[in-house]
Design a protein around this ligand. Structure first.
Ligand code: SF4
Length: 343
C-alpha cells in the first residue's frame, strides 16, 4: 500500500530521495509542490524529472481533498462540503463582507464536545484532520476567491467543525504552512483560533509566537449555567479561563475575543450581562455578541431586535468593546453552530 507523502517532513524526504540517488535540493522542490502549491498529482510537479516522479508514485500517494458540494446563500455566503481522502466529510464556509473574504474552516471530523446549541456537537468525533487536510481547505477556498472575485482570501477562522485545541499539533502545523511566505503567506494576525475553552492549551498557544488571534466561545459567564450548555466548563471553569486569557494577553499583547451567542431566556437576562461584564473586566478583550442560529437538534431561540441591542448597550456602558455579529448563511445552514455535513 502506498504511503501518504505528506507524513514526511523535509529531512525525511531528503533521506528518502538520497536513497534513490537524488540530490538534496530535490527534497525542497517536492516539499514546495506539496505544501506551497498544494498539488494533488505527482505529474503536476513540473520541474522534477519524469524518472523521479515515477519513483515517488511507486511508494507514495498525495491524499486528495475535494469539494463535493456547494451552496450559496442569498447573502453571498458560500458553504462548501469537503470530501477527504478516506471519504470522511467536513464543511467550510466563505463569508464575504465589505469586499473582504473570510474562510471558516474545520479542524476535526465531527466533535467530541457536546455544546448543546451546536449541530456539530451532535455528530460523533470520527478523527482529527491532518495538517494537510486543514491546509487543503484554505488552499481550495483561496482558489475560489481568486477565480470568482479576483481576490486572495483575507481572513481564516478555525470556527468550523471540531475543537482546534484538541487537534493541537496539526492545527499549529497548518498555521505554520499558511503563514509561510513561500506559500500562501498569510499574516498570523489574519488567522483566528476559536476554542470552547481549554485553559492549558490557550497558554500553550500563547507561547507559540505564531502571531495569530484567539477567540473564546464563552456563551455564559457563570460556571453552573455554562456547564449546562458547555460541559467542557466542568474541567475548565471560568476562573482557569480568566487566568489563561490574562496570560494570553500579557504574552501576545493581542486582545482575545469573547464570543457570546445570545439565546432567548437562556443567557440574555440582566444577571447574564452582569456576569459577562464581571468576567470580561478581568483582562483586555473584545466581545462579539452573536445572533443564535436555530438548529433542529435543540429548542433554543435567538434574542432579537431591541432585546439584543439593549444587552449590547449595557455591556458597552460598562466600558467594554462590544460588537453584534449578524448571522450569515443561515438559509443554507452555514451559520455558526449549524455545520453538520447535511448534504
Ligand atoms: S461549538 Fe465547537 S466545540 Fe462545541 S460542539 Fe460545536 S464544534 Fe464542538
Amino acid at each position: 500500500m502506498k504511503k501518504n507523502i505528506r507524513t514526511l517532513n523535509i529531512e525525511q524526504m531528503q533521506t528518502f530521495l538520497k536513497e534513490l540517488g537524488e540530490p538534496a535540493f530535490r527534497a525542497k522542490q517536492v516539499h514546495e509542490w506539496l505544501w506551497y502549491k498544494g498539488v494533488s498529482e505527482f505529474s503536476s510537479m513540473r520541474n522534477l524529472p519524469k524518472s523521479l516522479l515515477e519513483k515517488l508514485d511507486e511508494s507514495y500517494h498525495i491524499p486528495k481533498t475535494k469539494i463535493y458540494t456547494e451552496q450559496v446563500s442569498t447573502d453571498g455566503t458560500i458553504k462548501l462540503g469537503f470530501e477527504l481522502d478516506d471519504k470522511n466529510k467536513v464543511e467550510g464556509v466563505i463569508i464575504p463582507s465589505m469586499g473582504r473574504y473570510t474562510a471558516c474552516i474545520s479542524s476535526q471530523v465531527g466533535c467530541s464536545l457536546d455544546c448543546t446549541f451546536c449541530a456539530t456537537g451532535f455528530l460523533k468525533r470520527e478523527r482529527n484532520l491532518t495538517a494537510g487536510e486543514i491546509f487543503d481547505q484554505v488552499n481550495l477556498i483561496n482558489a475560489i476567491t481568486m477565480e470568482r472575485f479576483n481576490q486572495k482570501l483575507d481572513n481564516i477562522v478555525f470556527m468550523g467543525m471540531g475543537e482546534p485545541m484538541l487537534n493541537y499539533a496539526n492545527v499549529i502545523e497548518s498555521i505554520k504552512i499558511m503563514t509561510d511566505m513561500k506559500g500562501l503567506g498569510f499574516s498570523g494576525r489574519r488567522i483566528t483560533v476559536s476554542t470552547s475553552g481549554i485553559s492549558k492549551m490557550i497558554v500553550k498557544l500563547a507561547d507559540e509566537e505564531l502571531g495569530c488571534r484567539l477567540a473564546l466561545s464563552l456563551h455564559e459567564a457563570n460556571n453552573e449555567a455554562r456547564s449546562r450548555i458547555m460541559p467542557i466548563n466542568d474541567s475548565n471553569p471560568l476562573e482557569s479561563l480568566a487566568e489563561s486569557l490574562t496570560y494570553w494577553y500579557n504574552t501576545t499583547k493581542s486582545r482575545p475575543t469573547l464570543e457570546y451567542t445570545v439565546i432567548e431566556d437562556v443567557n440574555d437576562q440582566s444577571s447574564n450581562s452582569d456576569d459577562l461584564i464581571r468576567f470580561a473586566k478581568q483582562f483586555p478583550c473584545k466581545i462579539n455578541l452573536i445572533e443564535y442560529n436555530p438548529i433542529i437538534q435543540a429548542d433554543f431561540k435567538p434574542t432579537e431586535g431591541d432585546n439584543l441591542e439593549a444587552f449590547a448597550k449595557k455591556i458597552e456602558e460598562a466600558g467594554l468593546i462590544v460588537n453584534i455579529r449578524r448571522s450569515r448563511g443561515k438559509d443554507i445552514d452555514a451559520a455558526c453552530g449549524q455545520l453538520i455535513n447535511n448534504n
